[in-house]
Design a protein around this ligand. Structure first.
Ligand SMILES: Cc1cc2nc3c(=O)[nH]c(=O)nc-3n(C[C@H](O)[C@H](O)[C@H](O)COP(=O)(O)O)c2cc1C
Length: 158
């Protein structure tokens, strides 16, 4: 295989940028993720590729709940805050205010839309695991155009 061609081809997979939060007891995580896609209409399933060595992976595996936040095109700076591990203090994670609803996963107040989910399956292969999650609840605070990787100078993939 030509590794350069593989990298360029795989980076042609179009992806969005989302903030994934999760919770196990008082342990909370928040990270920017891009390997996210819908996987079924009924039930509504989403699949996500999550780094096995991340805090998010450990919390998702143990707590089995998450919230996936959709960002607007003008919210690159929010995505940037969650590229690295963040701290949870009181009602803030990574310095951003959150509330909790049905799953207990942190719901960022700044996100224009989010879904709350439970983990229904996972598959550990390579350096990321695939988590399959079922959407339990959704809220749209203001409908806006979603932030995509192509709106940014960033890459994750290859
Ligand atoms: C543009 C971009 C996209 C990313 N997409 C993913 C992803 O899809 N899955 C993932 O596990 N990590 C992804 N990351 C890395 C996570 O953001 C990073 O590992 C995470 O913030 C680590 O925090 P944690 O250890 O608290 O989970 C991405 C990073 C960047 C810069």
């Amino acid at each position: 295989m030509n590794p350069e061609a593989k990298k360029i081809a795989l980076r042609m997979i179009s992806s969005g940028l989302y903030i994934l939060t999760s919770r196990h007891g008082e342990d909370m995580s928040a990270a920017t993720v891009s390997w996210v896609n819908q996987a079924s209409f009924t039930p509504p399933l989403i699949m996500m590729g999550i780094r096995t060595d991340s805090h998010t992976h450990a919390v998702l595996e143990a707590g089995k709940v998450c919230a996936i936040h959709f960002l607007g095109r003008d919210q690159q700076h929010i995505a940037e805050k969650f590229f690295k591990p963040v701290k949870h203090e009181g009602n803030k994670i990574g310095g951003m205010e959150f509330e909790t609803k049905i799953t207990g996963a942190p719901i960022l107040k700044i996100a224009p839309a989010y879904v709350e989910c439970k983990v229904v399956d996972s598959l550990k292969r390579g350096d990321h695991s695939v988590f399959v999650v079922e959407v339990l609840e959704a809220e749209v605070r203001n409908a806006t155009e979603a932030l995509g990787m192509r709106d940014t100078p960033w890459h994750y993939g290859g």
